[in-house]
Design a protein around this ligand. Structure first.
Ligand SMILES: Nc1ncnc2c1ncn2[C@@H]1O[C@H](COP(=O)(O)OP(=O)(O)OP(=O)(O)O)[C@@H](O)[C@H]1O
Ligand SMILES: [Mg+2]
Length: 339
């Protein structure tokens, strides 16, 4: 499909535990167009990081594995290829930024050396060309005095600066896809906004696509073209940022949006919370995974897992409340007068 950089279909990932294999993501389907940002949102433990690690197949190193489904990236199914080939793709076409910038940097090398190392490795640059490019990358991510800063160590930089360096390292290979897992959570609010601005500008400047993981709906509102809402390992709702905010449909999404603190109006008012907590991997409820916490739960929700229903052509929610709009393959065939 023209412009589509990533197409994930039915991605199911599991971890090996004493009780056997437990699923961490179940039939996750997502797509991402070139130059767009997809935000993956959901509470802690909903499976956002596992999904990101699965796309990169780093899950294989975390005691997990892809059990089913496909991850089509540039016409290749990343679920099917070996780690040697994946290493090349990871260093070259897909880059990932993790939550804690400090732990991503090596304290015993200068930041210039760390960026240059990546350039030598992935782009085959000579020592002097790599150093020059490292300084350029530091400039690109908005570090003042980049030639000077390149000679410093991570402990000499603020958290925000370190995150800029981490982004520079990720950009060293000029990735087509950047996966950023809570890149601003460890930073204070002002620096957070600067880093988000930087990511937005870099995306436009370099024509990248971004998967941004955040538990902050405010960040998603600012950054996303599309939003996928995750709960207990499944995507419960997905659509354009406008659809998700103007027409949130899954009760979980509605709850997430209601729990955003307002600006002034809410001061002194008790903040809405979704009752209960997200289930652990071994304790996924039958039927709809959200039903024990859902104010609209019906009998069918307790026994049968809902499939996707189309709220609009471009906006889906996995919730029995929308049963009439169900579009699955058999229904489509019926509509088209097929078998
Ligand atoms: N290596 C692992 N082995 C076993 N279970 C794991 C492992 N990593 C994650 N999990 C489990 O998978 C589920 C999803 O975790 P994940 O880290 O993807 O959540 P998340 O949405 O990224 O949460 P957060 O917002 O806290 O980062 C959780 O129940 C978690 O305990
Ligand atoms: Mg996470």
């Amino acid at each position: 499909m023209a412009g589509r950089i990533l197409q994930i279909r039915d991605l199911t990932t599991g971890f090996v535990t004493e009780k056997g294999i437990v699923k961490a993501t179940d039939k996750v389907s997502l797509q991402l167009e070139k130059g767009q940002t997809l935000c993956l949102v959901g509470e802690s433990g909903s499976g956002k990081s596992v999904t990101a690690l699965s796309i990169m197949r780093l899950i294989d190193y975390a005691g997990g594995m892809v059990l089913e489904g496909s991850i089509e990236f540039h016409g290749k199914d990343l679920a099917q290829i070996g780690q040697d080939e994946l290493r090349k793709i990871r260093g070259d076409k897909i880059a990932m930024i993790f939550q804690d910038p400090m732990s991503a940097l090596n304290p015993v090398f200068t930041i210039g050396d760390q960026i240059a190392e990546s350039l030598r490795l992935h782009r085959g640059l000579s020592d002097s060309a790599a150093w020059k490019e490292a300084v350029e990358l530091l400039r690109l991510v908005g570090i003042p005095d980049p030639a000077l800063r390149a000679k410093q160590y991570s402990h000499e930089l603020s958290g925000g600066m370190c995150q800029r360096v981490v982004i520079a390292i990720a950009l060293a290979c000029r990735p087509d896809l950047l996966i950023a897992d809570e890149p601003t959570t460890a930073l204070d609010v002002t620096v957070q906004a600067q880093i988000l601005d930087l990511l937005r500008n870099l995306k436009d400047e370099l024509g990248m696509s971004i998967i941004l993981i955040t538990h902050d709906m405010g960040v998603a509102a600012e950054m996303a073209d599309r939003i996928a809402v995750m709960y207990a390992g499944v995507i419960v709702e997905e659509g354009t940022v406008q659809e998700i905010f103007n027409n949130p449909s899954h009760p979980y999404t509605v709850g997430l949006l209601q729990s955003i603190p307002g600006l002034d109006g809410d001061r002194g008012k008790e903040l809405f919370t979704i009752q209960g907590s997200i289930p652990g991997l071994g304790q996924i409820p039958t039927g709809c995974r959200f039903h024990p916490r859902c104010p609209h739960a019906m009998d069918i929700c307790r026994s049968q897992e809902p499939s996707d229903y189309w709220i609009t052509q471009d906006h889906r929610a996995a919730c029995w409340l929308f049963e009439d709009n169900k579009v699955n393959k058999s229904n489509q065939r019926k509509v088209k007068g097929g078998v």
